[in-house]
Design a protein around this ligand. Structure first.
Ligand code: 13P
Length: 333
């Protein structure tokens, strides 16, 4: 079955996903953040250079694109999805339309984009996409997340997944518990467990075929403003425990988000999980945005296009090694 085959390809050994699906607003502010004037051409040329990094297909199984980028061209005029496919990299597409305030629930969000999703999926499939992403945002604060936020987002993730699968796209199910806040790791654990349980229950209700889907979760980490941070080993151990307790065994793979972790922490955590993993039923991989692109973006602004490719190549290689537990920090020098 094509969905299972593509899901397995995305988590094949030594490879992972590059999340390059920042919305136009987010990508523009990232470019501005390093002093580059944002425009459609600025976003295109930065990303085309990243995708053209020599040899990156060894560490990159798929790239998540944004609506603007899936319609853009490489420097030589090849359509971006056609170029990626020719390198053996599956093109993917962000299909949600963003996270908006959840009515009657201050500070909480619901991800929108179900209206017209079937038609958009058909178009994206025809443009070359073979997988999709939908990101739900869960905020931890006093009294949140609410039951309403958990159930509404779980329901939307499941509806999205069913529609994608119907249209031949592997859904990446992303319920992101944010790192912002002063909560401790135990709180992150219980909220992550709650959203994962609700999401997979909703997926069952909607008939989602789990062997043809991937999960993109946060790791179990204390909030940015929490005084009690835990060690890398504890992050890895608690993350594996939470996933083992709340994720179906027949899911082919888990592709973590980086969520604002430092580049090296994101690599080290994945590496540790792949050394500790006592539950080989899923592949443990990456779908990093910032942790794969931060150095490349900085070099794009301050160096040559080749410097940017070298920075990306290095990070991709480090994460590729983390897939088999073969990374260590001496390789970072
Ligand atoms: P980060 O790795 O920067 O969190 O981005 C991954 C992503 O795609 C968020 O939706």
């Amino acid at each position: 079955m094509m969905l299972e085959e593509n899901a397995n390809k995305l988590v094949s050994p030594g490879r992972g996903i590059l999340a390059a699906d920042e919305s136009t607003g987010t990508m523009s502010s990232r470019l501005q953040g390093v002093g580059v004037d944002p425009s459609g051409e600025a976003r295109r040329s930065y990303r085309a250079n990243l995708f053209a990094t020599p040899g990156c297909e060894a560490a990159v199984s798929g790239v998540i694109l944004y609506d603007e980028t899936i319609r853009q061209m490489m420097d030589d005029g090849t359509a971006v999805p056609d170029y990626l496919m020719a390198q053996g990299i599956l093109p993917g597409i962000k299909v949600d339309t963003g996270a908006y305030p959840l009515a009657n629930h201050d500070g909480e969000k619901i991800t929108e984009g179900l209206d017209g999703l079937r038609t958009r999926c058909m178009e994206y499939f025809n443009l070359g996409a073979r997988f999709a992403k939908w990101r739900a945002v869960i905020t931890i604060a006093d009294g949140t997340p609410s039951k309403a936020c958990i159930s509404a987002n779980a329901h939307a993730l499941a509806r999205y997944s069913a529609i994608c699968q119907e249209q031949g796209l592997v859904p990446i199910i992303e319920p992101e518990v944010l790192m912002e806040g002063d909560h401790d790791a135990a709180r992150c654990y219980s909220v992550t467990a709650e959203i994962l349980t609700a999401t997979f229950a909703a997926c069952e209700d909607q008939g989602v075929h789990i062997p043809g889907a991937l999960l993109k979760p946060n790791m179990i980490i204390a909030g940015n403003d929490c005084a009690e941070q835990i060690s890398r080993e504890e992050v890895a151990r608690l993350t594996l425990k939470c996933l083992s307790e709340n994720v179906p065994q027949n899911l082919p793979g888990i592709v973590f988000l980086s969520g604002g972790q430092s580049d090296e922490d994101a690599t080290a955590h994945l590496n540790l999980m792949n050394t500790m993993d006592e539950n080989p039923s899923w592949q443990l991989s990456y779908s990093y945005g910032r942790a794969l692109q931060a150095a490349a973006l900085q070099s794009w602004a301050s160096g040559t296009p080749e410097d940017s490719q070298n920075a990306f190549s290095h990070r991709a290689k480090m994460n590729s090694l983390a897939r088999s537990g073969d990374w260590d920090d001496t390789l970072e020098d």
